[in-house]
Design a protein around this ligand. Structure first.
Ligand SMILES: [Zn+2]
Length: 106
């Protein structure tokens, strides 16, 4: 019954296990079509969250991606490997979303 002030939703990174503002994290989601990266957190399905940090991605890869696979309720290693590769690429490229016009300095 108690009404609380709206707060930013908090999620736990599957790499470092820290709880953070959901908006500061990148989402991986398990959909009926497979596991994919969902940086804008719009897709329905069981999700897992990671800091935009390569150390956290490396931590999520431990033991055959088991932290991530557990969060996604048994997703396969192949599909979580691919999602982590994609997530790492996003982090390395400073989270430029697909479709964004990149500045060309050539
Ligand atoms: Zn983290």
């Amino acid at each position: 019954m108690a009404r609380t002030a709206p707060r930013a939703p908090v999620r736990t990174c599957v790499g470092c296990r820290r709880a953070r503002d959901k908006r500061a994290l990148l989402r991986i989601v398990r959909t009926p079509e497979g596991v994919c990266v969902d940086p804008e957190a719009r897709l329905p399905g069981r999700g897992a969250y990671l800091c935009p940090d390569r150390d956290c991605i490396a931590a999520a890869r431990r033991r055959g991606n088991s932290p991530l696979r557990r969060a996604l309720r048994g997703a396969g290693q192949d599909e979580t490997d691919a999602a982590l590769d994609h997530l790492e690429a996003i982090v390395v490229h400073h989270r430029v979303p697909e479709g964004t016009v990149r500045s060309e300095n050539a």
